[in-house]
Design a protein around this ligand. Sequence first.
Ligand SMILES: Cc1cc2nc3c(=O)[nH]c(=O)nc-3n(C[C@H](O)[C@H](O)[C@H](O)COP(=O)(O)O)c2cc1C
Length: 212
Amino acid sequence: MKRILALQASPRNERSHSRRLVEAFLQASVAEQGEIEVVRREVGQGNLPAVSEDWIAAAFHPEPTNRPAPLQAALALSDELVDELFAADRLVIATPMYNFGIPSGLKAWVDQVVRIGRTFDFLPDDPASPYRPKVLGKRALIVTTRGDRGYGPGGPNAHLNHADVYLRDVLGFIGIRDVTVVAVENDEFGGLAFADSYRAAERALAQLAQDF
Ligand SMILES: Cc1cc2nc3c(=O)[nH]c(=O)nc-3n(C[C@H](O)[C@H](O)[C@H](O)COP(=O)(O)O)c2cc1C
């Protein structure tokens, strides 16, 4: 059975476009493909902590198999999130663009899962590259919504896009290199510009639901 891990990063609930699009996508995927288990992880409601001094000391501890109990405890949530990621075949992220980047809840998730020794290895003597990604064989889908327009490749605001472009980079760093992005623009403008963009995203997601 295929397992999809779905992250919801908008602080908005019913009014969130990214949340609604991904929920429809997940339902369509189950309807189209049958045997799919969906694991939902909320990251948008201020529920994930930032990494702490203890977290950092624990993650970079010289003897990871022999950490003192309080340091080990500081990694409990990180371990849970990393295990959840490894257990999934597919990763789906629903996120707004916030101030040209991602919302802080999703950044907290990234900081919890991009972890030395778990999702990547650091090999300082390797002449090719000191970094060895460990999260292999997975596909990711990013559904992102934006108030303005022109953030896509070649667009006038592409240089300001530190949201899905950043996510693609950081997922690639841990080994997830097969990443599809579906974006909706013009939320702040509304009207036809937004409706057209939203409908195009719905069509792209309906197509993807058949075999993602
Ligand atoms: C705090 C905040 C920052 C935002 N920053 C940007 C931005 O930098 N660029 C942009 O195009 N839209 C920006 N927006 C608009 C959102 O990206 C847009 O409304 C999006 O559709 C919200 O996603 P949601 O409907 O899933 O909550 C921002 C909105 C908020 C609330």
